[in-house]
Design a protein. Structure first.
Length: 559
């Protein structure tokens, strides 16, 4: 390498992937991983699609993960010719804390040792591999002061990205021969030999791993796939040298593209992996102050004249940092707060949003209140609208702060889940108050949820027993440890209740489901409880049809 004309690449700049749901993606990165949404813009080649950027406080190079969320996109398949996982660095003493955090959120993970370091592997909501590597090294350049993750567990910026390739030689030629990486090691991997290459820096995002898998199937791009890996160069002058030299080496490199916050060139390695070389400047504070990063939908100048049309087309999303709704015409939209002064919610969930779908509230006579499970979101549970397929209903789904209604198992002593449990129950009070204001009383409302959300919905119904349109719990039961007094007052007055659960559910003991059925029956509910042998922690087609039948019967009674 001619050091007089070209300096080595420093490592990773950013990684760009595809998602299927923008809100679910935001919640995963901000609430679970503690990454700041530093920029909200659109795909410059498809302005009807968001482009979401996550990173440290300012989106420093080596911390930036970006996504194009295409709603309802088919999931991709991992294979050769693509990056398949990305890794963040964590402190060595954070490993136990992250195991506990993932377990509390019911996220499956695996632990392996790689190059002598412990690695926790799990997936994002679309199945893309996410890794946490416990290794001493540089910290993230600008920690985000409002990070919801405890400081001891804070991510330290990127550690590495993993490529799957048919033959490592082309990757080595590119990274070492043309970009100035150093090959620093190799070791066996379950998929094939793993080779590690290091950028020329002491900062974050130093490593590219390539796993050689000769003759294995190629990747199929979709949700959960990495689109490209961007490598870091300091400025336009350095980038121009790479453009010249890579073209001279017969790489098909694009002209420089203005990406507003950096300048980019793109090219594909013979392995099939798409690479980018991006400049550090001008950065994400180019068009909004650091304190306001991610709080506005930012458009390049050439799209500003189409802002109204773009905002009307993109889905509505909420920024957890600002509790701010952006977008005007999504499948789900923010529901209006109660206007009558009946609001009761206090505590952790007081200011969390409520989303709506289906028939507009002002046109509806019937409503469904859906409560999501731990680690899920309002957007997830609102997907039941299309499963139920009944157009007479409006759907409301409150969202838990941090995607968790209460921190421990529903079988833990009730006081240990406070103040979250009381706050969650009062959040449902607010939703029912909002429906009353719209002229929809409880006997016209179907209340239900899945998993932790089912437990919360059933507990709310028991504590506020009356005639409901219907109540259902997919994999849930009344809250509290064994022996909890069930001294509820009130009567359900014949409310139909559906309970469905597996006999081997790892989170919901079948005995609690049976106890719940008995308690609600004694309180005057008409209970249909079904236990499914060997079913996973999920919702099956029969359960969907059972609740749909209750909803259809209610709509028929009122027609």
């Amino acid at each position: 390498m001619n050091e007089a004309t070209k300096t080595p690449v420093q490592g990773l700049h950013h990684i760009t992937a595809m998602a299927s749901d923008p809100q679910r993606n935001i919640d995963f990165f901000v609430r679970l991983l503690g990454q700041r949404l530093v920029k909200l813009t659109v795909n410059f080649d498809d302005p009807g699609t968001y482009h979401l950027y996550y990173g440290d406080e300012v989106g420093s190079p080596g911390t930036i993960m970006t996504y194009f969320p295409w709603p309802n996109a088919k999931r991709g398949e991992r294979g050769n010719g693509e990056a398949v996982a990305f890794a963040y660095g964590i402190r060595a003493n954070a490993l136990g804390g992250w195991k506990a955090r993932l377990s509390e959120l019911n996220l499956d993970y695996a632990e392996v040792t790689r190059f002598g370091r412990s690695v926790l592997s799990f997936t994002d909501p679309d199945g893309l591999g996410v890794e946490l590597i416990a290794e001493d090294g540089a910290d993230e350049p600008r920690p985000w002061p409002r990070n919801p993750v405890p400081d001891a567990l804070r991510l330290r910026g990127f550690h590495s990205v993993t490529l799957w390739v048919d033959d490592v030689r082309s990757t080595r030629e590119l990274l070492v021969g043309h970009l100035g990486f150093a090959e620093v090691g190799s070791e066996p991997d379950p998929e094939g030999p793993r080779y590690r290459f290091k950028g020329d820096s002491d900062g974050v995002g130093l490593y590219v791993d390539a796993v050689e898998r000769p003759g294995r199937p190629t990747a199929s791009f979709g949700a959960g796939s990495i689109h490209h890996v961007a490598l870091r160069t300091r400025d336009d002058a350095e980038q121009a040298v790479y453009l010249r030299d890579l073209r001279a080496a017969r790489y098909n490199v694009t002209p420089v593209q203005d990406r507003q916050y950096f300048h980019s060139i793109y090219f594909r390695d013979a392995s099939g992996v798409l690479f980018e070389i991006a400049t550090d400047a001008p950065g994400f504070a180019y068009d909004e102050p650091v304190d306001e990063l991610g709080s506005h939908l930012k458009l390049p100048d050439w799209f500003e004249g189409k802002r109204a049309a773009i905002e009307a087309h993109v889905p509505t999303i909420t920024s957890p940092e600002y509790n701010l709704q952006i977008g005007a015409q999504g499948k789900a939209s923010a529901a209006a707060p109660s206007a009558s002064g009946e609001r009761k919610a206090t505590g952790p969930h007081a200011d969390s949003p409520v989303y709506g779908a289906g028939r507009p509230l002002e046109q509806a006579r019937l409503a469904v209140v859906l409560v999501h499970g731990r680690g899920g979101s309002a957007r997830d549970i609102l997907g039941l609208e299309s499963e139920f397929g009944l157009s007479a209903y409006t759907y409301l789904a409150p969202e838990a702060s941090g995607n968790t209604w209460y921190p421990l198992s529903f079988l833990a002593p009730i006081e240990r889940n406070e103040p979250h449990l009381t706050s969650a129950l009062s959040k449902l009070d607010d939703v029912f108050a909002h429906l009353r204001e719209a002229g929809i009383s409880a006997e016209r409302v179907v209340l239900g949820g899945f998993s932790q959300g089912a437990c919360l919905a059933l507990e709310y119904a028991a504590r506020n027993a009356k005639r409901y349109g219907a109540v259902f719990g997919y994999s849930g039961g009344l809250i509290g440890p064994d022996g909890t007094p069930r001294d509820y007052t009130g009567t359900f007055e014949g409310t139909p209740v559906f309970l469905g659960c597996s006999n081997v559910d790892p989170h919901i003991p079948v005995g609690r489901v049976k106890e719940t059925a008995s308690v609600l029956q004694q309180m005057g509910a008409n209970v249909d409880a079904r236990i499914y042998p060997g079913m996973a922690h999920t919702i099956n087609a029969e359960e969907i049809q059972a609740v749909r039948a209750l909803m259809h019967a209610l709509a028929s009674q009122l027609s």
